[in-house]
Design a protein around this ligand. Sequence first.
Ligand SMILES: CC(C)(COP(=O)(O)OP(=O)(O)OC[C@H]1O[C@@H](n2cnc3c(N)ncnc32)[C@H](O)[C@@H]1OP(=O)(O)O)[C@@H](O)C(=O)NCCC(=O)NCCS
Length: 176
Amino acid sequence: MSDLSAVFKRTSDPEVMRFHDGPLNLEAARDGLERIILNAVRMLPFGIRFVIVKKNNENVGYCYLGPGHRLGSLSRLEDDPIEISYDIVRDSWNSGYATEAACRLIQHGFEDLALPEIFGFVHPRNIASFRVLQKLGFVKREKAEWPNQGLVDLCSITREKYESWRKANPAHESTT
Ligand SMILES: CC(C)(COP(=O)(O)OP(=O)(O)OC[C@H]1O[C@@H](n2cnc3c(N)ncnc32)[C@H](O)[C@@H]1OP(=O)(O)O)[C@@H](O)C(=O)NCCC(=O)NCCS
């Protein structure tokens, strides 16, 4: 399956896009993929990574680490919070893929980029998304206003908390 087919399969699914701005048509999915490719180098060391399953090379989703409030904009302000986010295609839910991918990017954020804290924004009804953050040591901090979603839970983990989480959760074998 091409990257575009994989992206369209995911972004055209109303269930996957429930907490975003709704499903995309093929043209919008193609535009989004082109933006990712064109901006990939400029976004470094942040950016979107596709989640690829090792055993069959399937593109099952993405995980993003980067400026949250200015998602889509490429110029980072010093005080922009750095956010983690992820989407996985529906027929691969609950296989641990989002947790594993987010774990790797969080490790990159703390160990390579020396970030002080990483944030996650979760709609209160998005149980699976909160569970991913919870498994990775995030805690709810406060409510925050989010475009088109109203109040969401702002979650985060500090580098100090990450270091103790990491000791308590040694790395496991990677499937993605
Ligand atoms: C959120 C999402 C990315 C999670 O991906 P995933 O690969 O299925 O996540 P994981 O398998 O790593 O972990 C999911 C956890 O949520 C749990 N979970 C899922 N649905 C649940 C529910 N309704 N009630 C309780 N727990 C639930 C799973 O059991 C699992 O926890 P466990 O390992 O303790 O059993 C996926 O559901 C998705 O793409 N949703 C739509 C898009 C979205 O909401 N993205 C997040 C926006 S930030």
